[in-house]
Design a protein around this ligand. Structure first.
Ligand code: AMP
Length: 302
């Protein structure tokens, strides 16, 4: 695996592959890699392409009170994981390489970036769109792979690539979960054992929506069910628990195949997000009662 630190060197490598007729897949990350990230690498490889993975903790997408300083940076372990996966290039730029001379250009995404995560984390998606636009320019990939766990990010990035005519296909990949259902996240490492247990209520809230949606309950009831599951949990503070249209991130009145249930919640010092398609009963392999006495969460892989 080649480690590249300069944008120009990455562009040159891409040009060579392109000349040789090879397709290029790109996986942008902030490191602290887990199986969720590796699933994106494997999806890129399954497309038969050369694979570039970037690791860059992007200060621009963190708010002033967020966890930029604490964000994990286990670079050696990350590098070894990517080497084992057979990644072709690890792109690991410095801050100066990503923002030369403190570059002032910003990418302002459309209105869907002002909702939910964009509302709770002001400026977050400007930071995401700006860094991803530069990474796309550096990688010159045919396809870029993102996780559905960050559903609003996928929508923002897709809209940005379309609006700026960046010739890359944005591919969304399914959320990879721990065996008990918790969505994998670099921020799960902030949780102690008790908080790790408490965090499961996020998946239970999503499972509650799917169970009720299967019975054609109105959207208001789906959201109430999520909120009451979250409210019943110790140590968890819900930020939002809503059903939206996955194309606009606006509220929906009647659930359909585009309806997505989204949860953001604080557990200990972690802020976690997760989502599930409302009508896809198979997204979560278990269902829960919405009345008190939540059943045990079944083994995710069972
Ligand atoms: P991050 O390093 O958190 O910025 O994430 C890099 C990419 O990995 C993003 O496209 C995320 O959506 C994706 N990702 C993070 N967690 C998961 C997961 N559990 N399953 C699938 N993709 C994920």
């Amino acid at each position: 695996m080649r480690i590249v630190e300069q944008v120009a060197e990455l562009q040159a490598a891409s040009r060579e592959w392109r000349r040789a007729g090879e397709a290029i897949g790109f996986v942008p990350t902030m490191g602290a890699l887990h199986q969720g990230h590796l699933s994106l690498v494997r999806a890129a490889q399954a497309g038969g392409s050369r694979v570039i993975v970037s690791i860059f903790v992007n200060p621009l997408q963190f708010g002033p009170t967020e966890d930029l300083a604490a964000y994990p940076r286990p670079f050696d372990a990350d590098r070894e994981m990517l080497e084992r996966e057979g990644v072709d290039i690890l792109f690991h730029p410095s801050m100066g390489e990503m923002y030369p001379d403190g570059s002032a250009t910003r990418v302002l995404p459309g209105p869907l970036a002002d909702r939910l995560e964009g509302d709770r984390r002001r400026g977050h998606f400007i930071g995401v769109a700006t860094v991803v636009a530069r990474l796309f320019g550096a990688a010159c990939a045919d396809r870029a792979y993102f996780g559905q766990k960050d559903a609003q990010q996928v929508a923002v990035v897709r809209g940005m690539a379309r609006d700026l005519a960046i010739p890359v296909e944005v591919v969304a990949c399914p959320t990879v979960r721990e065996t008990d259902g918790l969505a994998m996240s670099s921020r799960n490492g902030y949780l102690d054992a008790r908080e790790r247990e408490q965090a499961l209520v996020i998946v239970q809230a999503l499972a509650a929506v799917q169970a009720l949606a299967g019975e054609r309950a109105p959207v208001g009831e789906l959201e109430s069910a999520m909120n009451s599951v979250l409210a019943g949990a110790d140590g968890v503070t819900a930020d939002y628990a809503v059903v939206v249209d996955c194309r606009t991130f606006l509220p929906v009145e009647v659930a359909d195949e585009f309806s997505l249930a989204l949860v953001a919640a604080r557990v200990g010092r972690a802020r976690l997000i997760d989502n599930a398609a409302v009508l896809a009963a198979d997204v979560l392999p278990f269902r829960i009662a919405t009345t008190p006495g939540l059943p045990e969460v079944k083994n995710w892989n069972a």
